[in-house]
Every structure is written in C-alpha cells, then in structure tokens.
Design a binder for this molecule. Structure first.
Ligand code: 3PG
Length: 221
C-alpha cells in the first residue's frame, strides 16, 4: 500500500497543507542563530531557491528573537526546532513559530500543539515512540539522529508496520546521501544544517550559500 494514500497529518486543513507543501519542497532547513544580522541573508538564500520553510533551533539564546524577526518579515514559514518542553513551545509560538519540532517524543508538547492546532513534528525512532506519537494525531515524524539510528535501512524496516507514517530524517544528512533518502516514498523531506547555515554565511557569504543551495535543489528535482 502506498504511503501517498494516507493523510500526512491528522488535524485541520492548514496542518495538512503545510506538511504537503513540505513534501513538495523536500527540504527542511535547520538554522541556529547566533547573529541576528545574518537572518536577512538566510531568508534571501532560501527564497531565491524557492524554499519556504525554516526551522530555527532553540540551541542559542537568540532563537525566540530570530523567530520573531523571520515571522514579522513574513517571507518564510518559520518553525521552532529543538523544542524540549512546553514552555519553549509556548514561547516559540508567542514569537510567531508556525510549527514545532522536538528532538524526541515529548507528550506535553504534543498534547499542547494538538490542542492549539499547531503542527508538531516529534522525534521518534522506535516503534513504541511512533505508536505513542500517533495517539496525538501525528502522521509525520522526525527520524533523528538518522545516521546513528540505522539510516534509510531503519526507515525501510519501520515503514512496513508504519505504512501510514511519513519520515523526516535529520542528523547526518548531506548533499551526498539526501537523494537516497528522498527516493523512498516514506520520506516526506530531509532536514538538516547542510541546507543553509550561519557558519557558511559568515565564512563564505550569501552568494556562495545561494549557489550551494541551488546545486542541492537541482540535485533533488
Ligand atoms: C537535528 O536536530 O535535526 C540535527 O542536529 C541536524 O543534524 P545536522 O546538523 O547533521 O544536519
């Protein structure tokens, strides 16, 4: 049975549309902001490459401010990553985050997002974690860290019983292995810092980052 016959997410139409759009774009950029002045460049690099999502991670003290900047600017669909508790989820949403990504399964965050009708993509790597997240309406999970938890082979084993679950592998995904993952129908998109990073913007500049992403986009389409 094809994965395509199932909804990618249970819940309101907006949630389904959002995840369907992610499936079209195939890339979920993960961005850690330590310098807010680079956000404009990051935004432009993504827009130039027709990518509309950005996941700003709570791995720096500037995450909320970065989310607010990007949300106010209105060019991208901004989400929050590395959300590890309900307080961070609330904070992220208050600053304009439109989706939440958690590195592992956090039931209080899932329950909160389900209640608020906010898309939540929880980290889940075991059958039990996937089953538990399904109880909260989840149909798309983050498979993290993908390279450590068995990579594509693990996803291919998990998709048998979880024929109605879609996977977003992150962790160790790069421009060399992304196509293998994306070739599997159970993979909605791949995520990671290889798509765009502050480091690249600082070291190599906006033009380089744009070109690099252009090559990634070309490769997956
Ligand atoms: C994540 O949280 O998804 C990962 O840290 C991303 O991993 P990467 O930096 O290897 O892309």
């Amino acid at each position: 049975m094809s994965h395509y016959q199932f909804d990618l997410y249970l819940g309101g139409d907006t949630l389904k549309e959002r995840i369907n759009q992610l499936k079209e774009e195939k890339l979920l950029p993960l961005y850690t902001a330590t310098d807010l002045s680079l956000l404009k460049d990051a935004e432009e690099v993504l827009i130039k490459n027709n990518l509309n999502f950005i996941e700003v991670t709570y791995r720096s003290g500037l995450a909320s401010e970065a989310i607010k900047y990007l949300a106010d600017s209105g060019k991208l669909i901004v989400g929050a990553g590395t959300v590890r508790n309900i307080q961070t989820a609330k904070n992220a949403i208050a600053h304009g985050a439109r989706f939440i990504v958690t590195p592992g399964l956090c039931e209080e965050v899932l329950a909160f997002c389900q209640n608020e009708n906010i898309l939540c993509i929880p980290g889940a790597v075991t059958p039990s974690e996937i089953l538990l997240s399904m109880q909260y309406g989840v149909r798309t999970i983050k498979f993290f860290p993908a390279n450590i938890y068995g990579g594509l082979r693990a996803i291919q084993a998990l998709k048998e019983p979880f024929f109605d679950i879609n996977f977003i592998p992150t962790g160790g995904i790069n421009d060399q292995n992304m196509c293998e993952y994306l070739a599997d129908e159970a993979v909605t998109a791949v995520g990671g810092s290889f798509i765009i990073s502050e480091n690249d913007l600082i070291k190599n500049g906006k033009a380089y980052s744009t070109k690099k992403l252009e090559r990634i986009v070309e490769k997956i389409n």
